[in-house]
Design a protein around this ligand. Structure first.
Ligand SMILES: [Zn+2]
Ligand SMILES: [Zn+2]
Ligand SMILES: [Zn+2]
Length: 510
């Protein structure tokens, strides 16, 4: 027997049913009373929707009370803001970065979705319809004032304003667009087109050599591959050509610029516009050497940051030739690890060789020592395996000409293929680099500096000054604090303390 359900035959249940039959009128359930109630509810809703039609107190004074004050309340129609659906607003506030399903399908601006007052239904209405009163206000201002306003804008803003509405276009004419069409303004034109369409066309990607948009062949499924030339992500006549901008990651690997665009568009406008920067990270073994490489990417402040960790086992007491064989590839004589365009000028290869010189020898047992000569060395029998480096090779280094930072360390790593000596010393070269904002490879200061290129903006283009741009934190600090929660403890020094630019002619690098 269930003790919670009342027994209908019991006297308390009979008493309750009897009393309720007396109190409750049967009239509440007739069709007539239901219609009456519905009409009353409809009237109440109408009053709530148009509160201004209700006259309270004296007609002349509106809702001014006896103290001469106007009363506003948060929950009826008299407030200054538009009527808001508070439940809807609370639901939107509860969203935290989880718009990737529905919202991304709809292609909304992610910043708009974070706004609790944003109503997705309004978007379609706003896109097509133009406020006529605003159009009239634009038309009232004389042409000269619009021209004056336009003269204070830069070329791209002026061209955007010219195309804003038909009325403005009639007032301003097409002068700003003609300026945009000049051959020397190619980069401004690129900026103008990208600003107009980049956040509207998720399935197209801007190609800089062609200066036009190409359709992405496999949107959302793009994957960075070492043979990226044979797997084009869009249909472009230049796709198998070296004119498409790219940067060297490590020996035999390059990062095409369009993957940067995809990662930064994804972070700016949403998942439909590109691929996550996490999808760019790779882990591979070099096919021409014993080096292993690990890349990781991060978007910070609208810039794509890259970290490449390269490592290889390094035996102690290497001869100079063996050191070179370990560090350089024998065709191009470039290091196997990740480097910027200025690696020959600084002390980078010097500090790599310095770090290699600190690798301790294997333990030399006392018995073996005595067999050779009648003296023993405790430090040879028990060498210190923790290598801290010296003042030359310990600090992290920042390239004075580009946003690249290097850290060279010697660490113990496990070699699973060696049954005798499982743990060996290896040299670990880490490079952090700021690859820029992905807006234009011909003018982006970071991208040009890293690749040692000249800006196509001409002679007047500003030089990249690495140390003035570090600001509060270096790239390595920003990267590591975000990824691992701690920043590298090493102090930062210049990669080229003497600022000598000898390039290939300098003999120190080899
Ligand atoms: Zn193209
Ligand atoms: Zn050293
Ligand atoms: Zn550099």
């Amino acid at each position: 027997m269930d003790w919670n359900t009342p027994h209908l035959g019991s006297w308390p249940a009979k008493l309750v049913l009897g009393i309720s039959a007396k109190i409750r009128s049967k009239n509440a359930y007739t069709q007539k009373s239901i219609d009456k109630q519905n009409a009353r509810d409809a009237e109440r809703r109408r009053k709530r929707a148009h509160p201004n039609q209700i006259k309270r107190g004296s007609d002349d004074h509106g809702d001014i009370n006896e103290l001469g004050e106007r009363e506003y309340s948060a929950f009826d129609g008299d407030t200054l803001v538009d009527k808001v659906d508070h439940t809807d607003m609370m639901h939107r506030l509860a969203h935290h970065d989880s718009f990737d399903s529905l919202a991304d399908q709809a292609g909304y601006d992610i910043r708009k979705l974070r706004d609790p007052y944003f109503d997705s239904k309004e978007m379609a209405k706003m896109a097509g319809k133009l406020d006529e009163s605003a159009e009239r206000r634009v038309a009232i201002l004389p042409d000269e004032i619009w021209m004056r306003i336009c003269s204070h804008l830069d070329a791209v803003d002026a061209a955007s304003l010219t195309l804003a509405t038909k009325t403005i276009n009639e007032k301003l004419g097409n002068a700003a667009l003609k300026v945009m069409n000049l051959p020397e303004n190619r980069n401004l034109r690129i900026k103008f087109v990208q600003r107009a369409y980049d956040n509207r066309w998720p399935d197209d990607l801007f190609c800089f050599p062609c200066a036009s948009y190409h359709r992405r062949t496999n949107p959302g499924q793009e994957s960075l591959h070492s043979q990226f030339v044979s797997r084009p992500i869009y249909d472009c006549p230049n796709v198998r050509n070296t004119v498409l901008p790219r940067t060297r990651i490590a020996h035999g690997r390059e990062l095409p610029y369009y993957f940067m665009q995809l990662a930064l568009r994804e972070s700016d406008y949403g998942a439909r516009f590109g691929i996550s920067h996490d999808d760019l990270q790779r882990h591979w073994k070099c096919k021409d050497s014993t080096w292993k490489h690990r890349t990781r990417f991060m978007v910070h402040d609208g810039h794509l940051l890259m970290r490449v960790v390269s490592t290889t086992f390094a035996p102690p007491d290497l001869a100079p030739t063996a050191e070179r064989h370990l560090l350089y590839d024998r065709e191009e004589f470039t290091p196997f690890f990740s480097v910027c365009a200025h690696w020959r000028d600084g002390v980078l290869t010097k500090i790599c060789k310095c770090a290699l010189s600190h690798i301790p020898r294997r333990p030399d047992p006392y018995l073996a020592q005595i067999k050779r000569a009648p003296k023993i060395s405790r430090s040879a029998a028990h060498p210190n395996f923790i290598v801290t480096g010296c003042d030359t090779c310990r600090p992290a280094r920042r390239c004075p000409e580009c946003p690249s930072e290097y850290l060279v360390e010697v660490q113990m790593c496990e070699d699973k293929s060696d049954p005798v000596f499982q743990f060996k010393h290896s040299i670990v070269v880490t490079r952090w680099a700021d690859l820029g904002d992905g807006r234009n490879p011909y003018t982006s200061p970071e991208w040009l500096a890293i690749n040692g290129l000249k800006s196509s903006a001409g002679e007047g283009a500003p030089e990249f000054e690495s140390f003035s741009r570090v600001g509060r934190r270096a790239v390595s600090g920003v990267f590591e604090s975000r990824i691992s929660g701690s920043i590298p403890g090493q102090r930062m020094a210049s990669l080229n303390p003497k600022n000598e630019k000898l390039g290939e002619e300098g003999d120190g690098w080899y």
